[in-house]
Design a protein around this ligand. Structure first.
Ligand code: ADP
Ligand code: ASP
Ligand code: MG
Length: 402
């Protein structure tokens, strides 16, 4: 069997945890399996590197950020190879260049395009454990890129797909995927199984337990994923196409506090305006979420939408730059908001789901600013200060509590 095992930052935060991971991998190797390990940077090291950068430059060039951030993963893989060496097991660390992991050139948010597998195969054939840097890639100019925060999950899934692995295991600091972030909702329950689509919507809505692109890729290539703890042996959660367990109305609740709202006011009320606004942002690689268009004063319209807070400055600068062509009067941005989402394929056949969510928010006295829905997801924009309280209320109202 070929197994890809990914360990996140907390799981390799210090020497003791590194050895714990090394032992888990060696156990698998000694059963005769081929083992590919994907690691994140140790603990909060990526955050530390980001603050070093900000200290140097308020808006650091994205290319240089990627040069810097790739250090984190390179440190963990080499130290892990040393840990395994100490334990007498042959292992080799490889970074994105050595593999090679080819990506687009969109620094800080690159997409994996292709992975060369020859080097990894050769090392596995020589009976080595192969330890690969998560999160990083290389573009066509031979520059380092990174896949976006939390991107090591995507590295692992992409490697599992490219190597036709028999299993892809994501080890983290919780026992699996829960009905809500167990650190914010004490009554959250662990799910035995969840579908790719539900997991994708949860991940995109702020459930950081998996990088959303990793789920997208797992679905595309049919890679079954297991999310489990690096600290114990409990069973974890399987992410797959169809689940066999009994369906609940909704399978999870997620809170995203990384969003900011931008309002573009006084646009002309003619066809093509929304297209121009969002096309301008898309060309800058800025992702737009919950959108609301409303009637403004005297034949104008207003458009509000959310973007990730890392994109706020870019989005505002881009819109201001095109102010004349887009023809708006004012631009506002607002922090301190949160997106609360419920996800579940059970809502497909149940018309009362939205009403139930809104009722539980009403009971908590939480005001809703914007609403957006998809087939299996309802998202409301609320004030950040209400976030965790609202999340708990909605979670419990749907009977998800343990
Ligand atoms: P890693 O460093 O292992 O990648 P992350 O911090 O990226 O770990 O992801 C694990 C965290 O995701 C957990 O500690 C938990 O707080 C958070 N989380 C958010 N939503 C969920 C959820 N629905 N189920 C489990 N964990 C969740
Ligand atoms: N080290 C990166 C981050 O902190 C990637 C990851 O952990 O998945 O975002
Ligand atoms: Mg993660």
């Amino acid at each position: 069997m070929l197994i890809v095992k990914k360990f996140g930052g907390t799981s390799v935060a210090d020497k003791e945890r590194m050895f714990n991971v090394a032992n888990r991998c060696i156990e698998e190797y000694k059963k005769g399996n081929d083992v590919v390990v994907v690691l994140s940077a140790m603990g909060k090291y990526t955050d530390e590197l980001i603050s070093k950068a900000r200290d140097m430059d308020e808006r650091p060039p994205k290319r240089e950020m990627d040069m810097l951030l790739t250090i984190g993963e390179q440190m963990s893989v080499s130290l892990m190879a040393m840990a395994m060496h100490t334990l007498g097991v042959p292992a080799i660390s490889l970074n994105a260049f050595q593999v090679t992991m080819h990506t687009t050139s969109s620094h800080q948010n690159a997409r994996l395009k292709r992975i060369d597998t020859e080097r990894i195969r050769r090392e596995l054939d020589a009976r080595r454990i192969v330890i690969v840097t998560g999160f990083q890639g290389v573009d066509k100019y031979d520059d380092y890129t990174t896949l976006g925060r939390g991107g090591s999950d995507t590295t692992a899934v992409a490697l599992a797909a490219a190597l036709h692995a028999d299993a892809c295991e994501i080890y983290t600091d919780v026992d699996g995927v829960y009905t809500a972030d167990p650190r914010k909702v004490p009554t959250a329950r662990k799910l035995k199984e969840i579908t790719y689509d539900e997991m994708l919507d949860l991940a995109t809505s702020g459930a950081g337990v998996l990088h959303n692109r990793s789920v997208e890729m797992a679905k595309k290539y049919g890679v079954p994923l297991v999310v489990r703890s690096s600290l114990n042996n409990s069973e974890g959660t399987v992410v797959k196409e169809v689940v066999s367990v009994e369906r609940m109305l909704i399978s999870g609740v997620a809170l995203d506090t990384d969003a900011v709202r931008i309002a573009v006011l006084g646009l002309r009320d003619v066809p093509g305006v929304a297209f121009k606004v969002f096309d301008t942002l898309a060309k800058k690689n800025i992702n737009v979420d919950v959108i609301l268009q409303s009637i403004g004063r005297s034949g104008t319209k207003d458009i509000s939408f959310t973007v990730n807070k890392d994109d706020l400055e870019d989005a505002v600068a881009t819109l201001e730059e095109h102010k004349e062509r887009l023809g708006f009067k004012e631009l506002h941005s607002e922090r301190g908001i949160a997106k609360l989402s419920i996800v579940g394929s059970g809502m497909l056949s149940n018309p009362g789901v939205a009403a139930k969510m809104f009722e539980s928010l009403y009971n908590e006295g939480v005001n809703i600013n914007m609403i957006s829905t998809s087939e299996i997801r309802i998202t409301v924009l609320i004030s950040e200060k209400d976030g965790v309280r609202a999340m708990n209320a909605v979670h419990d109202a749907f009977g998800l509590a343990d």
